[in-house]
Design a binder for this molecule. Structure first.
Ligand SMILES: Nc1ncnc2c1ncn2[C@@H]1O[C@H](COP(=O)(O)OP(=O)(O)OP(=O)(O)O)[C@@H](O)[C@H]1O
Length: 141
């Protein structure tokens, strides 16, 4: 049984119990489920790249649109960072932050699944319908 390097809990216990180390419910996805959701992690669904690895837009079976963050084999971040991110974010629920929907730790795969944030939706969430002056950087209030 594999062991989480960070909290020393068995990965199976964490994942199969569908509970992240922080205590919030986090769904355990199978690799094939996420493969289907992202059309085999197709380039067309790739929305970004971070230090962790590639991020794909995916549609789950129930129609939910998610962001699928795949830990790259070449990533400088490893299993410890995977569980650090899992632990840190699973405890936080805030309207201005993305929510961790679930994760996958099947075989060599380490994947985090978040709710999908459309382009500009963060700006819209933070600023609402504030208008910008077309002539200068000032806000029109
Ligand atoms: N929940 C999301 N919804 C939509 N797009 C996302 C989401 N999460 C990440 N992305 C896209 O993927 C890119 C990479 O995100 P990621 O969180 O992996 O790295 P980062 O925040 O840019 O940097 P770091 O690796 O330092 O955390 C983002 O810039 C964004 O374009």
């Amino acid at each position: 049984m594999a062991c989480c390097l960070m909290c020393r809990k068995d990965i199976e216990q964490t994942i199969e119990g569908e509970e992240a180390p922080g205590g919030n419910k986090v769904k355990a996805f199978s690799y094939s489920e996420l493969r289907k959701a992202t059309h085999d992690f197709s380039g067309a669904n790739k929305v970004g790249e971070g230090g962790f690895g590639s991020v794909f837009r995916g549609r789950l079976k129930d129609g939910t649109i998610v962001a699928v963050k795949v830990l790259s084999a070449h990533s400088k971040q490893g299993i410890r960072e995977f569980f650090t991110e899992l632990t840190a974010i699973s405890d936080i629920v805030h309207e201005n932050l993305i929510t961790l929907v679930g994760c996958c730790a099947e075989g060599p795969h380490r994947i985090l699944v978040y709710n999908y944030l459309e382009n500009n939706s963060l700006a819209h969430t933070l600023l609402g319908d504030i208008l910008f002056c077309p002539m200068c950087p000032l806000l029109i209030i």
